[in-house]
Design a protein around this ligand. Sequence first.
Ligand code: PGA
Length: 314
Amino acid sequence: MANSRLHSHIGTFRQMELLVTVYDTGSINKAAEKLHLTQPTISMQLKKMADAIGMPLYNKVGRKLVFTDAGLILVQSAREILDSFSRLDMKLADLRGFKSGTLKISVVTTSKYFIPHLLGPFCKRYPNVDIQLKIGNREQIIERLRSSLDDFCVFSHAPQNMDICTLDFLPNPLVAIASEQHPLASQEKITLAELEKYPFIMREQGSGTRNLIENFMKEHKISLNARMTIDSNEAIKHSVAEDLGISILSKHTLAFDEIAGIKHLEVEGMPIQCRWQLVYPSNKRLSVIAEAFLSYLNQGEGLDSLKARIGDMS
Ligand code: PGA
């Protein structure tokens, strides 16, 4: 069959855009809102697509859309086709002498403290580049990486057992903190075992910070007395300042807006040392903008200005 007729048994470019938006938003209603279209328009286009391939794309279970195998394959291919078009658009813009397009980055919550300062000089150098920055906990960002939704993801230790490329770019020390009123605050040398005696405030399940703390404590046979779970670094800092417990957080969370009443604890064997990594799927075809960002990081230019702002994190 001639390529020009492919759309008659797969779907048009526009239908692919609609399909991917419905999949990403999880509902036709939300996709309609996002695309400023009516619900029936979207439903009709998706029906045409389903008719063209001769299989349903999804089933409705209650109010939920559950994609069929055919629907999922189509979403994945549609994403590749749309990505390829956007790469083409960027390459043409590059040939015309200016880099333009969107750089999509997803980062774990803890890195939101420094990522904007890394992006700042890059955006100044390429003023026609738009940035799409998503923030979530480790588990959520791994999910995005798996679906290859972004140009890059940022973690403090790359996920294991995935076919990925990584660029290690910055230290990420995790430090113990307590309220200035806390008994440990006035102690000069603190053993790891002493942390067991006090209520501990932990990040939520799925958090990379929590993962790192749990692995480190397991390795040192320490059982923390986790009494409170909070899914926000900010709220943890305020709770520590209020002396609700001690905690361990990335030093980056404390770098810019130190909250009054918090003391870093000098604990033997700490900080927990890890590093920030830029990650992308090995089979990802990088866009012109993504290539530019990678070489900007590799040349260390953005990092120099970042380090000048946040100081020595090692
Ligand atoms: P988190 O991730 O913000 O999910 O805790 C931080 C990390 O990966 O170190």
